[in-house]
Design a protein around this ligand. Structure first.
Ligand SMILES: Cc1cc2nc3c(=O)[nH]c(=O)nc-3n(C[C@H](O)[C@H](O)[C@H](O)COP(=O)(O)O)c2cc1C
Length: 320
């Protein structure tokens, strides 16, 4: 068993956190991860009230284990945060924006405040907000993020925010990644892409199948999916997704895409409805090389933890 400040804080059996992936991490997978001994975070995303209310009801019904919810800070409405807090999550994670205005409400509700940081500025804001845990998110990760790489970013964030505990994210898929994160000074790993390819993740079967077939070199950071979907993401955040015909057509031509939205938005929506992922979006991190199957989330949690423990024990043998 691996014991860290993260496992102690939540009474976890494993130092593994399900990333709060908007539209993917619903109540069912959050409960599956919590029941398997990790921390399950629902992906509150842009804060759709109905979606959040439905998934909160599901997680509460399906687990007595530790669960929480994450929001995209710049798009979050207070009313939706309050709705979530009323359901007594163990943790709220804020990412992409200034967490300070919301920190008091979260902590007064008896909730652990987790802030995701992509670099020094976000780490500073997390500290000022009084974050209980900071996620250091490397650019290798799937979905939105920044430009710093996980390997140098994690120990830097550990130093910047000490003594606040840090969780590593971005490119962690198996027990080797979790063991490496612990060696960098993190107290655990927050994992997204690997859990997208699980039975309980929301999302179309063809999206999951594309993840299983993809390589890390098929991914790229881009803004074009935000532009076409009408999301006004602030700089410096971009999203890592599988490259396809749509990214080939518009990457580097973002202004032209913005001018062609009348036609392109309709075309994009049709493609998404029809499961056409040569146009529509599949978020994926560079670690997708290591995603070779769709499995139950509990199987993934158990295997990642067991592999990490074995690696750590084996590592000691290198020391003379
Ligand atoms: C499909 C998908 C959706 C995501 N949505 C969110 C989100 O709504 N809020 C958030 O803070 N992070 C989001 N992320 C980023 C994760 O929190 C996390 O940092 C990332 O998945 C870690 O890297 P990995 O994908 O290599 O495991 C998303 C990631 C993916 C793959």
């Amino acid at each position: 068993m691996i014991v860290t400040k993260l496992t102690e804080a939540f009474g976890l059996r494993h130092p593994i956190v399900l990333a709060p992936m908007g539209g993917v991490a619903g109540g069912r997978i959050a409960a599956a991860v919590a029941n398997a001994g990790g921390l399950g975070l629902i992906g509150g995303g842009y804060g759709d009230r109905e979606w959040v209310a439905r998934e909160l009801a599901i997680v509460k019904d399906a687990t007595r284990g530790p669960w929480g919810i994450g929001f995209i800070t710049w798009s979050m409405r207070r009313e939706v945060l309050d709705l979530a807090l009323a359901q007594r999550p163990r943790a709220v994670m804020l990412s992409f924006g200034d967490p300070r205005p919301h920190a008091r409400a979260i902590k007064d509700a008896g909730c652990t405040l987790i802030c995701q940081a992509q670099g020094e500025e976000e780490a500073r804001l997390a500290q000022e907000a009084g974050a209980d845990l900071v996620v250091a998110q490397g650019t290798e990760g799937g979905g939105h993020g920044g430009s710093r790489s996980t390997l140098p970013l994690v120990p830097a964030v550990v130093d910047w925010v000490a003594p606040t505990p840090v969780i590593a994210a971005g490119g962690i898929v198996d027990g080797r990644g979790l063991a490496a994160a612990l060696m960098l000074g993190a107290e655990g790993a927050l994992i997204g892409t690997r859990f997208c390819a699980s039975d309980e993740a929301l999302g179309r079967e063809r999206q999951k199948a594309r993840l299983v077939a993809a390589r890390g070199s098929d991914t790229a950071r881009t803004r074009v999916f935000d532009i076409v979907r009408g999301y006004d993401w602030p700089a410096p955040y971009t999203g890592r997704a599988l490259r396809n015909r749509f990214t080939a057509q518009w990457n580097g031509r973002e202004h032209a895409l913005a001018e062609a939205l009348d036609v392109e938005q309709a075309r994009y929506r049709t493609a998404a409805d029809e499961d056409d992922y040569e146009t529509a979006l599949v978020w994926a991190g560079e670690g997708v090389d290591l995603v070779r199957s769709i499995e139950p989330a509990a199987t993934l949690v158990a295997r990642i933890a067991a592999e990490a423990e074995a690696r750590l024990r084996e590592g000691v043998r290198h020391v003379r």
